[in-house]
Design a protein around this ligand. Sequence first.
Ligand code: AMP
Ligand code: GLY
Length: 429
Amino acid sequence: MKVLIVGGGGREHALAWKLCRDDPNINLIVAPGNPGIASIARCVPIGVDKLDDLANLAEEEMVDLTIVGPETPLEAGIANLFQSRGLPIFGPTREAARIETSKRFAKELMVRAGIPTARSVQHTDAKEAKAALADFSSPVVIKASGLAGGKGVIVAQSAVEAERAINAMLSDRVFGAAGREILIEEFMEGEEISLFAITDGQEALPLLAAQDHKRLHEGDFGPNTGGMGAYAPTSLATPGLVARGMSEIIRPTLAAMREAGSPFTGLLYAGLMVTSDGPKVVEFNCRFGDPETQALMPLMDSSLLELIAAVAGGGSLSRAKNPDWKPLSAVTTVVAAAGYPDKARTGDVIELPPCEKGVEIFHAGTARDPRTNELVTAGGRVLAVTAVASSLIEAAEISRSHAEQVSFKGKQLRRDIGWREVMRGARTT
Ligand code: AMP
Ligand code: GLY
């Protein structure tokens, strides 16, 4: 089979790695890819925003299907374009991607469909927004409605902080157009899990639930990032909780999307707060999570490619069964560049340690120096180290020790990935 993956981060490296295992004869192209992906697939230097060029590539190469990693090309309508040209694609249309790209759209859909989520109001005017704070107690959450790279959310501990966030978004436009409209949202107490479902628009199959660490610093403090690490499985996601997530959240959301005239196909990612009243939606994403995918792919035993091929070709999942998982644990530690998440420094030479069995290094922000051919940093999250072992504690230790051995100037990593699960004392042997 010939497959094109759009993207060049750790998530796409993990997807490429998994597809190579699902079909050892696969002919895999990744655009633009990265130096790590280049060791297992052919990389073509076309950016994820070059939709026409990507469609031309898929057509010229006669690929059987295309998988889209990041949300930005989905928001720009890559699935619409490919579909109009008869090219099979795994990923939602621009209209369906609104479940992620417009928090307002997602919230209105959830309210209409009775899907459990935090109470919220929307505003475009700073004065009205501040007046609306009176109906919320602290902490309160202020969110930019549009895409802001995971950074458009502020949990304000006081009304003063909330007013400052409203000013920053609506008056100072710190998130540009993404913050033209904001949501003020009730704070939900609990821990968050990432529940991914592969869907043909009607049927949905859950992947193993994972947890990620969004904060920069150990203990889950500091600024929000794209994700500093992830792990699976998590004892928080009991079979009962996942069943509730599917029946109370994923399936009703898919039904509401069909009713809204924008059926969702591809990968629906529900960020769920596990509260004392059950799971509630924090946010939806319209694509695989990063870095959760780097933790999940090495654990997935059955074929991902078969499921993706069924959906991308417009087929049905009604005969497909839930994927199988290795009875092991995976922990992914992200190694980030100096300055991340503000302004990441680039161009630092990277040295990688040898990896023992069960350890994979997935590249994200890496590049080859054109003069020396050395591997150098080229983005905020540089790479992710995933370790698979029979217990979470062991996987965490192996992932951490390998990540410590990755060397480049100013590297940042968290040494406590999975700590909540470790504290719960869970072992999955
Ligand atoms: P989002 O981009 O909507 O996923 O938000 C980023 C992070 O902010 C989430 O992962 C949560 O940790 C936190 N967050 C967002 N909304 C809420 C909420 N209503 N209650 C508590 N925490 C939230
Ligand atoms: N892990 C968070 C995200 O992919 O958005």
